[in-house]
Design a binder for this molecule. Structure first.
Ligand SMILES: [Zn+2]
Length: 329
């Protein structure tokens, strides 16, 4: 097996954790996770090339929700995007924002409504096309390294659950640092490999998402990575309305049901596998009907508790350039 050195510290001294399959049945082969014994970074092993991973980014991820649920889901997404935008504005009032891995552009549209010049990078053509349908957004459908943005161009750079997907996070964040203005801020949201959820659910953890998630960070490994890239971690938040309650609930359902990410797949309108036996589908529907309501309440309460203990399933890091001239307004 090819040795994959740690992307943060370069060590090849790793310990195996566990293996699990891609949750949508796209590969029979399980994917293994290891932890670096030196810095603690968790990553997929061995490394896969971008070409190997391409087939795991299927277009369904970026299509509109199913018609029956579209208005409800899009309403909730717009409300959550606006809450996120308000949080960004509390940290930094500025003029120009770059969202890397902007998906369908819901967050950028919320920033645009608040008067910002909103730029997005999205390498999925399907995602970029949906983002371009929103008025006023400037969307680049190519890797960040190919965009050639001017140095110090953005007041805010955001990465909402995109850093764990990139092959070389050091080079990536170095480019983020380069395009960030001296008084700018970077907001980076990632799943938290230091959370109780990661240890509890292991292969059933919703945020594991192998093999698309190549790295799993913790507050400590993220701080070390940012430091290597010329950024300074100022604070971390452990609560996310968008990710934490749902992530806990879907992880618990994964432990009980047959089909992985059963609820998520229904909400996204993914096609059901016609080869699945009717009895398996009926069993999963019963699990969702019986366990769903109590789990929703438990997930919400657990998310609040874990956030207060700094052990949320996902975390948001707020980072700055150490050479910044002024504090954020
Ligand atoms: Zn390491």
């Amino acid at each position: 097996m090819v040795t994959s050195p740690c992307a943060i510290c370069g060590s090849d001294d790793t310990v195996g954790l566990f293996s699990c399959r891609e949750p949508n049945g796209l590969s029979e082969q399980p994917f293994a996770l290891v932890r670096c014994r030196i810095c603690g970074l968790v990553f997929i092993h061995p490394k896969r090339s971008a070409a190997e991973l391409e087939r795991f980014y299927f277009p369904e991820y970026y299509r509109k929700p199913p018609p029956g649920l579209a208005r409800l889901i899009e309403g909730v997404v717009a409300w959550l995007a606006d809450r996120r935008a308000a949080k960004v504005e509390r940290l930094r009032r500025g003029r120009r924002i770059l969202d890397i891995g902007c998906g369908d552009g819901a967050f950028l549209a919320a920033m645009r409504r608040r008067g910002w010049e909103a730029w997005g990078v999205e390498t999925s053509q399907a995602g970029a096309e949906r983002a371009r349908q929103r008025p006023g957004l400037i969307i680049r459908a190519e890797p960040l390294s190919d965009c050639g943005f001017p140095e110090g161009h953005f007041d805010v750079v955001t990465l909402w659950h995109s850093l764990e997907h990139v092959g070389d996070p050091v080079a990536y964040l170095a480019e983020v640092r380069r395009v960030l203005s001296p008084a700018g801020v970077a907001l980076i949201a990632v799943p938290n490999a230091d959370s109780l959820e990661f240890r509890l659910f292991r292969g059933n953890w919703f945020h594991l998402d192998l093999p698309r998630h190549l790295y799993h960070f913790s507050p400590r490994t993220l701080a070390r990575l940012l430091g290597r890239c010329g950024l300074e971690l100022r604070q971390t938040s452990h609560f996310s309305w968008e990710y934490n309650p749902f992530g806990f609930m879907q992880s618990a359902l994964n432990a009980l049901s047959i089909e992985k990410n059963f609820l998520y797949r229904r909400l996204k309108g993914f096609k059901a596998d016609p080869a699945r036996p009717a009895a398996a589908r009926a069993y999963d529907a019963c699990v969702l009907a019986l366990a769903g309501p109590p789990l929703a309440a438990v997930s919400f309460l657990y998310s609040l508790l874990s956030a207060s203990l700094h052990s949320g399933g996902c975390l948001v890091a707020y980072a700055v350039r150490p050479d910044r001239a002024t504090s954020p307004s």
